[in-house]
Design a protein around this ligand. Sequence first.
Ligand code: PRP
Length: 185
Amino acid sequence: MKIPSAIERVLLSEETIAARVRDLAAQISADYADADHLVLVGVLKGAFIFMADLARQLTVVHHVDFIALSSYNRGAVTTGAVRLIMDTRVNVTGRHVLIVEDIVDTGYTLEYLLRTFHARHPASLRACALLSKPERRQTEVLVDYLGFEIPDVWVVGYGLDYADRFRTLPYIGALKREAYEGDKK
Ligand code: PRP
């Protein structure tokens, strides 16, 4: 497959991602083996591909649901404020909630999600993220199931975008700096 010219390098190949998703699914399936009412809450849009692959590997009964958020970004700079655009359909009270994110960057989004779901009194609440950029963290959040730690580079593919492009690349690639630098304010 031809790699778009805006991509500097492939950070995580399709095979590497698939192997890690299998491991995460096995771990989650073991941990929730005795849990009734597991609900996966995928965070749109970025998590849609990870969520689909992860959910199909789980061997425990679960429901899938989604939530959509918007962060108040100014170009490449996040301001930390998060807005709820679409809520889950299911009532999570008394259910085991597993938030599924593509990436934890500053941590503000996951912090908001954990606070929001905690207030709804789930039976348990954990977070799963495919990627984390520890260097970018502004607030301490616990990621119970993490795929990969990555350096502070702009990544796209496997659900992640730049201006809504590149989401459906099968791998995770680092964007060339010149492709997004003009957006930094
Ligand atoms: C991304 C990502 C996380 C959030 C993480 O979403 O999917 O939800 O940012 O960043 P944070 O840790 O700094 O809060 P984005 O706002 O790009 O929306 P999208 O998933 O619809 O592309």
